[in-house]
Design a binder for this molecule. Structure first.
Ligand code: ADE
Ligand code: ZN
Length: 324
């Protein structure tokens, strides 16, 4: 962590590839695909990155990704992330994507998968980063559409490592997705879900007890429920915490008030991640640096958080040989 030592080696476990879409690439894709944008230029788009809550972010996130139309767009998006991630010490990334956000606007699932894979299939050789894909269901589009989406994904299950659950949380509890998560589990996929970002601790209970997830994405509101903390600690269920995201989406008032130290004190397996780094002011090592600066975390804690990222990952024997 000393400046001369370079960033700590780490895995990134909570990263939406669509959330790495930087304004420059938004405009480049818009130009080549003939998509009109309601922003004059890169600077004006960047100035719009001020959010009141999760929904206000999602509105811009879904609008911007409308420029992604071709396999090449998805390849360029993933390549740009990998180049940044290498600079941030990332050695392994389990990457989310949102199939419904593309299929619903006429971009075929195969275009998305082919485009991402054209980049990710050689990520280890080109960037020193092994990669896996996790397809997320958009919870605000409901359980029926999630099942239709799974039916489209199932023939491609071998190209996926897991499924997740994301988008607007409050009012869309995990238990509604029990059936589709069961189908993904039967297909041999890992299970994760966003829960306890804006939603209550009860959503975290549902994610672990009803969906059977192996990791909870965000999960920060678990801190409000002692019995839940004890359960997560006992089972070593990892949380993928995203500090800069939590501040930008006003889930916490300031980084200096983030309750991450309480999660650590309760014995939880906490990891640090960037969520949607193009929108939240930093990639994963920027999150580590901000925790040092604004929460006063020391080298030993930061090293433990980086080590946790490998412990919490779904790396298999091949990855392990390269990484550890
Ligand atoms: N999709 C992209 N980023 C998200 C977040 N932080 N929470 C829920 N859904 C998301
Ligand atoms: Zn997320």
């Amino acid at each position: 962590m000393r400046p001369d030592a370079g960033p700590l080696p780490k895995a990134e476990l909570h990263l939406h590839i669509e959330g790495t879409l930087e304004p420059e690439l938004v405009f480049a894709c818009a130009r080549r695909n003939g998509v009109e944008l309601p922003f004059a230029d890169v600077e004006q788009l960047r100035r719009a990155y001020v959010f009141d809550d999760l929904q206000s972010f999602l509105d811009l996130y879904y609008l911007a990704m409308n420029v992604l139309r071709t396999a090449q767009d998805f390849t360029d998006l993933a390549d740009a992330y990998l180049a940044r991630a290498r600079e941030q010490g990332v050695r392994h990334a389990e990457i989310f994507f949102d199939p419904q956000a593309h299929v619903s606007r006429g971009v075929p699932l195969e275009v998305v998968l082919d485009g991402l894979e054209a980049s990710l299939s050689t990520s280890a050789e080109r960037f020193g980063i092994s990669t896996r894909l996790i397809a997320c269901f958009l919870r605000d589009r409901g359980a029926r559409e999630a099942m239709t989406t799974w039916e489209a994904l199932a023939p491609h299950a071998a190209r996926l490592h897991g499924v997740g659950l994301d988008s607007a949380e409050v009012g869309h509890p995990p238990e509604a997705f029990a059936e589709v998560f069961g189908a993904a589990r039967d297909a041999g996929l890992h299970l994760v879900a966003h829960a306890g970002e804006e939603g209550p601790p009860d959503y975290v209970w549902q994610a672990i007890d009803v969906l059977g997830v192996e990791r909870v994405d965000h999960g920060i509101r678990a801190v409000e429920d002692r019995a839940l903390l004890d359960r997560l600690a006992r089972d070593r269920t990892p949380l993928t915490v995203c500090p800069l995201s939590n501040v930008r989406l006003r889930c916490v008032p300031a980084l200096s008030e983030h309750r991450l130290p309480e999660l650590l004190d309760a014995g939880l397996l906490v990891t640090i991640n960037s969520d949607d780094p193009a929108y939240f002011g930093g990639y994963v090592d920027d999150n580590f640096q901000a925790l040092r600066r604004e929460l006063g975390l020391g080298d030993d804690v930061l090293r433990e958080l980086a080590a946790n990222s490998f412990r919490a990952s779904f790396i298999d024997e091949d990855d392990r040989a390269r990484l550890l």
